[in-house]
Write a protein of this length. Structure first.
Length: 384
């Protein structure tokens, strides 16, 4: 869940902020194919003030409103087996607050621009780190500023889910944004109108913003960065987190491949593990688990997992019929994958947290068999 965070700009915090920002470097691998390589010279033109204004104009209010309403209905259908899960007025209200998020995102995208310091000829593929740093200087705003600008509207959006009459709508939080991202992007890339269609370069530049809003309400990377303020650069806990932070996607993919082998017949209400939408959501959530683990390591306690992550998982996973077997395998395989990537000394440091993660979920296993109760709701933090 998203919570207000105060980022004290220490050296350790700044190091993690750089790693966080690198998650949103535009992906240029699409230009490595001969067919798409001709589009690369247009990239800087699309990133210019005029280009960004033109792209933002394609995110029309009417289009976003319609797609947010459709996304709300799609999210609702996941829970259709539960009577009266969400009445029409609640669905419309949640769609409206999702619309406000995209409206703010569009405004930010249209305003972002820094003078380009590199020519297109200097870009080589694949990008090296220095080129990635250069792209960050003009592709997205400084990550802390982006988070702070979007924080009010994202918190308001999140609060609407918590305030609904039915706890199960909390599961709509990332689902609605996930569906919204898909629907809006599909419309803007498949429309017959060339004036309204996103070019390949526009897609590459805009996609990190869509990725950011979905991750920001689900993955506590900002809080991980903030927690680094109490650590020096030589702190073993900080060294571990800095080492593992950029591996989160690789770890998630490795774990997911193993889960597909271990649980080939697993199905939730959305489908099996080979469903593209489930793959996307699971990879995001595997990174979310890692972020909560690193948050606990830096804070020196299990509070974030015990008082927040477990309650969220019970509420959401039971709503889409994810069984305890999946949760248990998920945690075991994730912990094994992480421990395989660290030194013996780091394993000892991690042991209380990895064991604590599995124990907290094991103690709550009965709640994954039925409907969540008041205790599950009480585990959720208050939004301030």
């Amino acid at each position: 869940m998203l919570q207000q965070s105060t980022l004290v700009k220490t050296t350790s915090v700044n190091r993690l902020l750089q790693l966080w920002a690198h998650r949103y470097v535009p992906d240029l691998t699409i230009f490595e194919t001969q067919e798409n390589s001709l589009f690369l010279p247009n990239l800087f033109e699309c990133a210019s003030p005029e280009g960004r204004t033109a792209t933002a104009a394609k995110l029309e209010d009417h289009l976003i409103q319609i797609k947010c309403q459709m996304a709300s209905l799609q999210a609702q259908s996941l829970y259709a087996y539960i009577p009266n899960i969400l009445d029409l007025s609640e669905a419309q209200r949640l769609a409206h607050y999702a619309f406000l998020v995209y409206q703010q995102l569009s405004a930010i995208y249209g305003e972002v621009y820094s003078p380009l310091t590199r020519s297109i000829q200097s870009i080589s593929l694949p990008l090296d780190k220095s080129q990635g740093d250069s792209m960050l200087s003009w592709a997205i705003p400084p990550i802390a500023e982006l988070a702070k600008t979007l924080e009010p509207v994202l918190l308001e959006f999140q609060e609407q889910h918590i305030a609904t009459k039915n706890w199960r709508t909390l599961g709509f939080l990332t689902t609605l944004l996930n569906f919204g991202n898909e629907l809006i992007f599909a419309k803007l890339t498949q429309t017959q109108s060339t004036r309204r269609r996103l070019s390949l370069c526009e897609q590459v530049l805009l996609l990190p913003y869509f990725k950011f809003i979905e991750e920001q309400v689900a993955i506590p990377w900002e809080r991980v960065c903030a927690a680094a303020a109490s650590h020096s650069l030589t702190s073993p806990a900080f060294i571990l987190v800095e080492q593992m932070f950029p591996q989160s996607r690789d770890i998630a993919q490795a774990v997911y491949r193993k889960l597909m082998t271990l649980l080939p017949h697993h199905r939730s209400r959305r489908g099996g593990l080979d469903h593209s939408g489930i793959t996307h959501s699971c990879l995001r959530d595997l990174e979310m688990f890692q972020a909560y683990l690193w948050l606990c390591v830096l804070e020196g306690n299990m509070v974030a997992i015990d008082k927040e992550l477990v309650g969220l998982c019970v509420l959401v996973m039971t709503g889409v019929n994810v069984k305890w077997e999946m949760v248990e395998r998920w945690n075991n395989v994730l912990v094994e994958e992480i421990l395989d990537r660290v030194t013996p000394e780091q394993r000892r440091l991690l042991k209380p947290y990895t064991q604590g993660l599995k124990k907290v979920f094991w103690d709550c296993r009965d709640r994954f068999q039925g409907a969540p109760d008041a205790e599950d709701m009480s585990r959720l933090p208050k939004i301030t």
